[in-house]
Design a protein around this ligand. Structure first.
Ligand code: KE4
Length: 424
């Protein structure tokens, strides 16, 4: 019996999060025994170079001494109090220092909680029900956000999962990412009914797709003009593409931001926050209810604070982006040498690649119509060569500060070998 078959006897689908099941690439998932730096050790005694990094949190690599020490010291003082502790204030201050638009923050335990709570807060603050999201962006699995585009451009949403009430789905409008005219039309027709817009400022759940010039600016201007809240979902991009997140790179000031992944340093922590006047509507000061037993957990705070302190040191992101660019430029060169069309993107410690000759990729439809079969073959070829990529053509990849010349060289040698086997 395989590890996966045994897991499936006790865990739904054999995994505790669907993307881990390798459904996007076929085959059985790799079971990880341990990890250190840029490397994973598997239960079947393989060493793999890790470009998933737990889907983003492990920006310092696995087992970074400062993070491990901080967590061990916190654990020695107790695991959870359900009462305020100074480490929560210290992390809140650090978040505000790195992302000044977050004037007040509320810690939660997952990105889903962060976006779900931010949506409720925007609805409570504005007294409006409708929200706008974008096809291809993922914001966790709360009901209002598991919605696909309606039949027409402006028809309200339909559930993208059973169990989401149609009566709730109709309040979510799903538009096309980077469609400036679509946003302007939606606000012309529904502007004063929109509570908020939620968007990944650089999309990382349809591979990696940056905003076109004017897209985020149009969202900002439209929200301001119509009294809607602009929520930047930086659960993935926050502290990943730059110390100040995508908002610092794109020059957009949101009303609310959601963060996760890196902010927990590998432990369960996420947050939402922003304008003090909006956050004042949140219980206990205001009427919008939100709560969590383990919110602000001292160990997760310690891991997050140690991580943010390390990545906010001068030069960290310059060095990280150099590693990421070397990797991506190398992948591009391998593809060109083997006459394989490949579109790539990268910023900070985040990258994406799509097997398509229709680059640069700026729309979900370009990813959806890319050569997924070639991605699957590339994924498994690289895995066989000891390189662990995200097991889905719709995910972004992540580099850590623990990735160095050895890892990049081995990765590119593997890529050249695998691409040669994939030649058109
Ligand atoms: P979590 O609830 O998984 O902590 O965060 C949800 C979420 C919210 N917003 C963005 C932009 C996200 O990328 C995510 C979660 N990302 C996925 C990977 N693309 C997590 C991996 C998984 O689902 O297992």
């Amino acid at each position: 019996m395989s590890y996966f078959e045994e897991a499936r006897e006790f865990i739904a689908g054999g995994v505790n999060s669907p993307v881990r099941a390798f459904a996007g690439v076929g085959g059985e998932p790799v079971f990880i025994q341990s990890a250190n730096g840029a490397w994973l050790e598997t239960e079947d005694d393989r060493r793999l170079i890790d470009y998933v990094g737990s889907w983003g949190p492990m920006i310092l690599g696995h087992g970074h001494p400062a993070v491990i020490t901080a967590v061990k010291e916190a654990a020695d003082s107790g695991l959870s109090f359900g009462a305020p502790s100074l480490i929560e204030t210290r992390l809140a201050k650090k978040i505000n220092e790195m992302m000044p638009s977050i004037e007040r923050v509320r810690m939660v335990s997952s990105g889903t909680e962060a976006t779900m709570s931010a949506i409720r807060l925007a609805r409570g603050f504005t007294g409006r029900d409708k929200i706008i999201k974008f096809e291809g962006c993922y914001h966790g699995h709360s009901d209002s956000l598991l919605i696909k585009a309606g039949s027409g451009a402006l028809t309200l949403g339909m559930p993208s999962s059973p169990g989401v009430p149609a009566g709730l789905a109709i309040h979510t409008l799903t538009l096309e990412f980077n469609d400036i005219e679509g946003v302007q039309q939606a606000f012309r027709e529904l502007g004063d009914e929109i509570a908020c817009v939620i968007v990944e400022p650089i999309a990382g759940n349809m591979n990696m797709v940056p905003p076109v010039d004017g897209f985020l600016e149009t969202l900002r201007q439209s929200c301001t003009e119509h009294g809607a809240i602009l929520i930047l979902d930086e659960v993935m991009t926050g502290f990943r593409v730059a110390a100040g997140g995508a908002q610092s790179v794109c020059g957009i000031t949101p009303d609310l931001t959601t963060i996760g992944k890196v902010v927990g340093g590998g432990l369960p922590a996420a947050a939402f926050g922003g304008r003090a006047d909006i956050m004042a509507s949140l219980a206990p000061d205001g009427p919008v209810y939100q709560a969590g037993t383990l919110s602000g957990n001292p160990l997760a705070m310690a891991a997050g604070l140690a991580t943010l302190e390390a990545i906010s040191k001068g030069g960290f992101f310059d060095a990280l982006f150099t590693i990421t660019r070397t990797l991506v430029d190398g992948l591009k060169a391998c593809a060109e040498d083997n006459d394989i069309p490949l579109a790539t993107e990268c910023l900070g410690g985040m990258f994406g690649f799509v097997f398509t000759d229709d680059g640069p990729v700026r729309k979900f439809s370009q990813v959806a119509t890319a050569d997924i079969g070639r991605f699957k073959a590339f994924f498994h070829g690289m895995l066989a060569e000891g390189v662990y990529l995200a097991p889905s053509a719709f995910e972004a990849g992540f580099v850590s500060s623990a990735h160095g010349d050895e890892e990049i060289t081995q990765t590119l040698e593997a890529a050249n070998k695998v691409m040669a086997s994939l030649r058109a």
